[in-house]
Design a protein around this ligand. Structure first.
Ligand code: ATP
Length: 379
């Protein structure tokens, strides 16, 4: 048991705080490099804010473990993830370490299935001072959330597709009423939460209903759910038009909800709007479980060089604090989530913090230092 775990457990006993266990997966490549400072900040904030306690148990899973042992995620680790209050993950995988059939090592994707983490929540938020690619001033204060369905769609056939006689390949799309209803229900609930925070809430369904029957069905279920949430505006957009709109006028959207593969692609456009993969956080939300991780992969090209941008990891941890606080009614955790977000915003607001991925020279340590300073200022 690490000293951080001991000190948090002691804190919990002494103050009788709301206590939560976090299953931590540092993972491969830059995963451990962004996870370590993140846990450091979470420990400091827990002490600073009070009212809750976190205990972290770290687990090995991923490509490097698979290469060494033949298992990407042992049974006892599955059990620990299932029993934890939340899962915090750095990044997992390596392009050159694969299963014999060529698939990438991705226990985080298996966890989505196993724990039914049906909503992939990908906020696209930018702040003044952040180095964003679009010149329009409105791109400097984006606040969109993209929700990606994560249990079916084209990914339902992940390891079941066929190649016949080297002549034909086939994967099929699955859209069910049950999964679509819960997805859209989540999207409208989020829209309502954002409306109560003063945003002009609107939920946009992204599909290809003009061509594929599966998406015609997806859209018709969306319309049924929208009819039960008339306090929130709803509309549709074909995926090709959305790709264009996200580049031309992303500020005109609020909550975007879509199928698994479309969401996978559009959320990378979202990360691009934020300037880079190192800025984009995510949450995989289910009815009982939730996993929080940066959108980026393990970035083997920069691993071990101190160049990884830890911002997406910090923002994912902020989402975890907000989710736990909301679910267990611990306002201090939601406050902690807001403070972490504000500290990131404050870190970039002077406009002089340029991560390596933007061509600057701020590495993991420099960005962490600046965010820590801002947290200190807010204390
Ligand atoms: P995956 O398929 O696992 O999502 P990927 O191959 O799409 O991974 P990433 O590992 O996310 O890609 O990396 C894409 C590019 O972004 C790489 O050039 C990488 O160095 C860069 N990158 C990703 N994450 C970060 C980060 N946190 N900080 C700096 N650069 C990053």
């Amino acid at each position: 048991m690490g000293s951080a775990v001991v000190s948090n457990l002691l804190g919990e006993i002494m103050t009788n705080n709301a206590a939560f266990s976090i299953a931590v997966f540092p993972g491969d490549g830059i995963g451990p490099e962004v996870m370590e400072p993140c846990l450091g900040l979470l420990n400091e904030m827990t002490e600073q804010i009070g009212g809750f306690a976190l205990s972290f148990a770290s687990h090995e899973a991923g490509a490097e473990l698979y290469q060494r042992t033949g298992s990407a995620m042992p049974d006892e680790t599955w059990k620990a993830a299932e029993e934890a209050d939340a899962i915090l993950l750095g990044a997992i995988g390596h392009p050159e370490i694969r299963y014999p059939d060529g698939r990438e090592i991705a226990p985080q994707v298996d966890m989505r299935e196993q724990f039914e983490l049906f909503a992939g929540v990908r906020p696209v938020r930018t702040y003044p001072g952040m180095p964003v690619p679009l010149a329009d001033p409105r791109a400097q204060s984006l606040d969109i959330v993209l929700i990606r369905e994560q249990t079916e769609g084209l990914f339902a056939e992940r390891d079941k597709g066929v190649i016949e006689d080297n002549q034909l390949a086939r994967d099929s799309m699955t859209i069910t009423r049950a999964a679509s209803e819960r997805l859209f229900g989540y999207a409208f609930d989020l829209g309502r939460k954002r409306k109560s925070a003063g945003r002009p809430a609107r939920v946009t369904c992204v599909d290809k209903a003009n061509i594929l029957k599966s998406f015609f069905f997806f859209r018709s279920v969306f319309d049924e759910v929208a009819a039960q949430h008339t306090d929130i505006d709803a509309d549709h957009c074909h995926v090709d038009a959305m790709a264009l709109n996200l580049v031309r006028q992303p500020w005109s959207f609020d909550v975007i909800v879509t199928e698994n593969l479309f969401g996978d692609i559009l959320s990378d456009i979202g990360a691009g709007l934020m300037g880079g993969m190192g800025m984009a956080p995510s949450a995989d939300i289910g009815a009982k479980h939730a996993l929080f991780q940066p959108c980026h992969g393990t970035a083997p090209d920069i691993a071990g060089q101190g160049k990884a941008n830890p911002t997406a990891m910090f923002l994912s941890a902020a989402m975890m604090l907000d989710w736990l606080g909301d679910r267990h009614e611990v306002p201090a955790m939601q406050e902690a989530g807001r403070k972490l977000n504000d500290a990131v915003e404050g870190a970039f607001s002077a406009g002089d913090l340029r991560p390596y991925e933007f061509g600057g020279s701020a590495g993991t340590a420099a960005i962490t230092r600046r965010v820590r300073e801002k947290l200190g200022d807010a204390a």
